[in-house]
Design a binder for this molecule. Structure first.
Ligand code: GLA
Length: 401
């Protein structure tokens, strides 16, 4: 609503600037002056990119209303989130020329999100981000069986997961959206009634914060994350292979051929998986290293810490080679999954009439390590009644010339 008011205001701004320019000469000159003086990216923004239409997300599914919620800040950065799977649908940030760019790859209407195999575009993932071996884990002597929806393994919460449920949404102000979801005891095979609250906040410093909270009435396991696919040159602008990536990790959790961790925590130094120093993503992505072969590119958990931290810590940073858009990820989580879009096939039509081409997006999923419920060495993902699961991650945007 306020967002709709903004457009006329920015047009008024251009008009006033143009009037100022008129003092010094002809109509043409004043138009030029207006363009070069348009440091307020608002003006450029509303002309260059737009958010998906709210109406294209409004529906009723299983008796619950779906919608698209828009957060915005004073720099006209805007985040559009749907309560269908709590998905980040669009994020408009300025590039090095001040042109607003949508850095989120995914659909621009609800329907394709609800159909076919889940791409997890922009989704909140739960109850368990990434894989659990053979869809089984044991807690206090009892074995729980989950869906095996990824070869022999359980992936991203199962058949429906949190990415395809309708969250209750409450937009408390221009910059905050609170989503809640109560998962029933036994849902997707997990024990305990789990109440989750996820808060998206857009700050005036161009940071999108995702804060997660959850409680349970029975002991359970939990690993919530967000599965946004980023292309910092803009959605649909080609591969991310020339983006530069830095990950603040010295170690990672190597996997087997089904992408289940072996349980070892190994050094990254000397391997083509090392991003301690900022490196172009495509430089080593076709290396013959066994781990790159298993991942079909990068699809690995990087070890940031040995446990959840009380405060946010820098985890990764990415630079869009064409746009100059620089994204810094910080998190309280001990791990981050770097996925280089190896399973993207171009079979889905995404926003702007483009296709989700091979490696045209990357994900940086802040998380506990995959398969932790079956791995003694890994930080625990158990949540007990009386405890509150609390974690957050921030994606901060700026530019580098
Ligand atoms: C995660 C997994 C990948 C893949 C994507 C979704 O990042 O680690 O293997 O499943 O989600 O396609």
């Amino acid at each position: 609503m306020n967002f709709q008011l903004r457009l006329p205001l920015s047009i008024l701004g251009i008009f006033l600037l143009a009037l100022g320019g008129c003092n010094s000469g002809s109509k043409n000159q004043s138009a030029e002056t207006t363009n070069s003086q348009a440091t307020d990216s608002t003006a450029t923004a509303s002309q260059e990119v737009s958010l998906p239409a709210k109406a294209d997300f409004q529906n009723t599914i299983s008796g619950k209303k779906t919608d698209l919620y828009v957060l915005k800040n004073k720099n006209n950065v805007q985040a559009a989130i749907t309560n269908y799977g709590g998905r980040l649908v669009s994020l408009l940030v300025p590039d090095k020329a001040g042109k607003m760019t949508d850095v989120i790859v995914g659909f621009d209407k609800l329907q394709p999100f609800t159909e076919g195999a889940d791409t997890y575009f922009g989704a909140l993932i739960g109850r368990y981000g990434n894989r659990i071996a053979k869809g089984k884990f044991t807690l206090d002597g009892k074995t729980y069986t989950l869906a095996t929806n990824n070869g022999p393994n359980h992936l991203h919460g199962g058949k429906v997961g949190f990415s395809r449920v309708i969250w209750d949404a409450n937009q408390t102000n221009d910059s905050t959206l609170v989503l809640t979801y109560v998962s029933k005891d036994g849902e997707e095979g997990y024990p305990g009634t789990l109440t989750s609250k996820v808060t998206y906040t857009l700050s005036s410093a161009n940071e999108l914060k995702i804060a997660y909270e959850a409680t349970t009435d029975k002991k359970t396991v939990l690993n919530l994350t967000n599965h946004s696919y980023f292309n910092l040159n803009g959605a649909g602008s080609g591969t991310i292979l020339d983006h530069q990536l830095q990950i603040n990790a010295d170690r990672y959790t190597p996997v087997d051929s089904t992408l289940i961790p072996t349980g070892k925590i190994e050094a990254l130094a000397g391997t083509p998986l090392n991003f301690k120093k900022a490196t172009i993503i495509g430089d080593r992505i076709n290396d013959t290293h066994q781990q790159i072969k298993f991942g079909k590119g990068y699809d690995h958990n990087y070890v940031l810490a040995t446990q959840r931290s009380a405060t946010l810590k820098p985890a990764a940073a990415v630079l869009g080679d064409k746009s100059g858009i620089y994204m810094e990820v910080s998190t309280q989580e001990p791990g981050i999954q770097f996925y280089s879009g190896n399973f993207m096939t171009g079979s889905n039509q995404i926003k702007g009439g483009k296709k989700d081409e091979y490696r045209s997006a990357f994900c940086l999923e802040t998380q506990h390590f995959p398969d932790s419920p079956n791995q003694r060495n890994f930080p625990s993902t158990v949540l007990a009644p009386g405890q509150t699961y609390k974690t957050s991650s921030v994606y901060k945007f700026s530019v580098k010339q």
